[in-house]
Design a protein around this ligand. Sequence first.
Ligand SMILES: [Zn+2]
Length: 256
Amino acid sequence: MMKTTTRYWKDQGIVLKSINFGELDRIITLFTRKKGKIQVVAKGARKVGNRFGPALDCPAISNFMFYEGRGMPILSQAEIVECYREIGKKTNQWVFANYLLFIVDRCYEQEEPDERIFEAILFYLDLSMKCDNYSVLGLKFRIDLIRFLGFLPRIRFCAVCGKRFKKIPPGWSAASGGMVCEKCSSLKDDIHYLPPEMMTLLAKVMTFSCASCLSIQLQENQFAYLDRIISEYLTFHVGKKITEWKIFLERFQEAS
Ligand SMILES: [Zn+2]
């Protein structure tokens, strides 16, 4: 008879999303500290009074125990650490929390561990309970992700020729990886020409800390510009559509 091995392991994770599976089960997508994004089966999770309780709600953080059989890992235990009950009380805050989870799900493939992103989710969820400037928080979260993923744009040097800028250049190219000098801009066909004040703002949100960014007075049209540029940049480098915060929020408002 063939011997099968079953392996148990523990990890802390946050629920990114959950879909119904079969009659009583759910497939849960988690972002865990040790393994990054994983999908597991939560057997019986749709039964009333099931053993997992609110540990499988978004954006709950729990200590999980899994076991590995032949197919997808099976969730055997979930002990809730933080359920962010307060977040569910304010609509935009709840949408913002879901936006963070949506972006992480889009940007990461399975089993690409990155504890910095796990900590960043916790940081922004905590911050969203003290500060309701979700537009700026959403920008900074995407910029942090760009940094973790290793394709931070060049803003002091030309992304094409590497020459240091003496003044802010007009050209921006997601494909080239950042700001582009005048000479190189004339040779490329994918250059966005941004007004100088937008280039300055873009450089600021890229380099300033989250606290400093929150003190910048952004007009609505300026935010819309940055929201689009950052999402387009992520979309290009990740290869999947990364929705802008404004559109994500509007879609939710239209649906509700
Ligand atoms: Zn150049």
